[in-house]
Design a binder for this molecule. Sequence first.
Ligand SMILES: NC(=O)c1ccc[n+]([C@@H]2O[C@H](COP(=O)([O-])OP(=O)(O)OC[C@H]3O[C@@H](n4cnc5c(N)ncnc54)[C@H](O)[C@@H]3O)[C@@H](O)[C@H]2O)c1
Length: 434
Amino acid sequence: MRDRLLERICSRSAHVVVLGVGYVGLPLAVEFARAGYRVTGLEPDDDKVRLLNAGESYIADVEPGQVAPLVSAGRLRATSDGTVLCDADAVIVCVPTPLNKTKDPDMRFIVAATDEVARHQREGMLIILESTTYPGTTREVLVPKLTGDRFELGKDVFIAFSPERVDPGNKTFKTKNTPKVLGGATPHCLKLAQALYGQIIDAVVPVSNPETAEMVKLLENTFRAVNIGLVNEIAIMSRRLGVDPFEVIRAAATKPFGFMPFYPGPGLGGHCIPIDPLHLSWKLRSLKYHARFIDLADAINSAMPAYVVDRIVDALNQHGKPVHGSKILVYGVAYKRDVSDVRESPAFDVIVELRKRSALIRYMDPHVPTVTVDGEELTSEGASTHFGGFDVVVLITDHAALDRERLLLEARLIVDTRDALHGVVGDRTKVVGL
Ligand SMILES: NC(=O)c1ccc[n+]([C@@H]2O[C@H](COP(=O)([O-])OP(=O)(O)OC[C@H]3O[C@@H](n4cnc5c(N)ncnc54)[C@H](O)[C@@H]3O)[C@@H](O)[C@H]2O)c1
């Protein structure tokens, strides 16, 4: 059984099913299909199924021309029919792992995906979880559901965890050239998973077990969340001292050793950094341990949108304007530069808070034509909109497309949360930093 699966993996004749073809699953599915595997995306979202089967990419990091040839060649397709799993050799689970309202892990997607696999499972399947989650998930949630009294782990079923590390918008590091950490539930599970990823990834990094692999991902993202929390607090402290925090960080970054620059901003966004560390702190609470760095960073980072609103209110006040009735342009609603992803974007908290204070809000984002705020759909201003038509322009996302010179020339007042206007020549007295 094991040897047959290994042979199918190595000869690239294995059928790979990717559960969830979103930001993580689609690039992975494309990479396996490019390597010659027959790949199916199992996806409940009808729009994604339709687009993928039409050969279209709906994820910015997967270039439009990449999908169609794979679909035409019969190597890549999508379906919402779970019976496709009956014929799967390798199954990779890339479903969402959000938090619920009380910031506890919402495991519904992983549980539903695992149940779906179990319903159609047969002997000799390799199942890998890629969704970011708390240490213990693979062994506590997947293993019991996929073994039971039907299948023996490491003999009839092979289970592993490998965290996805995709960095949306990164032009250098993609799925293939980003080393992949991997932990198998048994040595045979590791061996098979290593054989599979080794076909499409330049470097696979095996670790002792799934818990270690789960923890690696949480270390990486906690490292970012904590360091961003630290520089956000440095920003607040610097302003109190009358010092520009960005100048401080840029100067500190000239130290050739022992310092790594992180930059403050209006708050965390995206599906990873604001969420993943809380999976870890939640798990540790169940073990009666308080993850203090994580909770402190979360508190500081979550308060940044309110801090930005204070900066805006103060800046308007300095110009003799109440926030009530002020015309405010928010530039950038995507959570980071040059992407269209608005998940967890701090722009929403800023907009909602300003609206509560009766400000008149418009937004401009070349990557996000429309957004829904409090149930209302807003449409982006066009790129040529006159910045001088607003009492203040609030720069939340520093997209490369922003005409910085024109902004500084036209705007009456600017709150620049990203230091995007650093080095732009003009009247700096109207720029308020974070
Ligand atoms: N986006 C990133 O940059 C990134 C980076 C690293 C890790 N991750 C992690 O990867 C996981 C997926 O994130 P994403 O950004 O791709 O999310 P996504 O929302 O873009 O994609 C997930 C897909 O899973 C589908 N899905 C939901 N339930 C399903 C089910 N039962 N069966 C099959 N498909 C189902 C959804 O419809 C969606 O299309 C998360 O755990 C996330 O934390 C994301």
